[in-house]
Ligand binder design. Sequence first.
Ligand code: SF4
Length: 471
Amino acid sequence: MNLPNLKQARLRTTKKVEYLAAANLKSTKYTNKKYYIRTYGCQMNVHDSEEIKGILENLGFIPTTDLEQADIVILNTCSIRENAHDKVFGFLGRLKHLKKNNPNLIICVGGCMPQTDSVANLLKTKYPFVNIVFGTHNINDLGKMILKEDQKQQIEVYSIEGNVYEHMDYVRDSKISAWVNIMYGCDKFCTYCIVPYTRGKQRSRKMEDILEEVTSLKKAGYLEITLLGQNVNAYGKDLDFGYNFATLLENVAKTGIKRIRFVTSHPWDFTDKMIDVIAKYENIMPYIHLPLQSGSSRLLKLMGRRYTKEEYIALYNKIKAHIPNVSITTDIIVGFPNETNEDFEETLEVVNKCKFDGAFTFIYSPREGTPAALIKDTLSKKTKIDRLHQLNELINSYSLAHNQAYLGKTEEVLVLGPSEKGSNKVYGYTKTMKLVNIDGAGEDIGKLILVTITAAKSFSLDGKKVIFTKN
Ligand code: SF4
């Protein structure tokens, strides 16, 4: 991808103290001013927003959920699909209107979208009311950019991956379950995917820094952590320290934190050692998200996925055989350019063989700058939509069957918050990542409780807390 307007990146690893000294963020200019942040896209962006909130609160800003009250608005954007772009540009129209009534409003657009040159140029030419534009590689510059803010548009986006920052102040969304980034970027270059271009080459954090973060989260009372990366099981391949994801996972398990999860795994990097470690430690949850993308080996090759249908099924069966009660979910793309009926039938065949617990399914969306976007596509939109519906129906039938198998069983659930299903309900997840809505009160939030499953639907379970009585 050609990024002529974007700067080249700089250092490799920076500690918070060095960063704070360089950033010189001492100012009271924004004390008690209000920030509003809107996050689009994946868990990586959600966690990046926790870092952005930390930067803003270090500057004195306080959060608001009322857009009209905000002194600064940050849009942390996503590039993965066309409709994510459309949503951001739609929201910018609303902000333009808001700025007419409040000319001092600071508008910032950051994250994946500005990492492409067309969006950076578009923001420059068509959206001059946006004050600050930053990318995924220089989130840490946001504080400095805000302090420099003088109503002239600042665009600072780096084309190559930037520093790995340690010991940053995160304002985490949850006090129970935390994201822990173990790596940044991705080297896989699947032909349809924009991530290697927007998030750069793979950079793993050092294991000691990750373990230190997990240990401090445990001390702070967190019961669950999710190790986060675009391709977690490639962890360490860019480091010369002789350790890999299985080593990291084992060491994280030894910290004794109650629940460990990880996303996302690429089938190509999934080792036997990883399977052994997951099976060995009770605090590593028996849940794996293993993107299939297509059941056709022909399409998998065109997608640059590095495995065949047969290899995927063999890995799936090996995981199922070695990890007791494991649940496996997947991602599937429908309508990759020129997907034939036979290709699609093969995808259905793999779904019928694997009987996934659940799947995120998508219609292929061409991303500018990726090799797949250059393939001339003759498939009609209607065919793609019909195939998506057919696939979803099949997936949902297996999800429901899996969930029905929980009926009457007692499961350990980590309760995360009030449920949307009623004022007298809370929600949480089983070890296998099944969403459970539980009759009960707020006093269970933040606890691991035992729940008897009373109803099963395609996407969730209902349950009742087990009350222990003394005889
Ligand atoms: S492994 Fe995932 S993040 Fe990396 S290029 Fe492929 S789809 Fe994108």
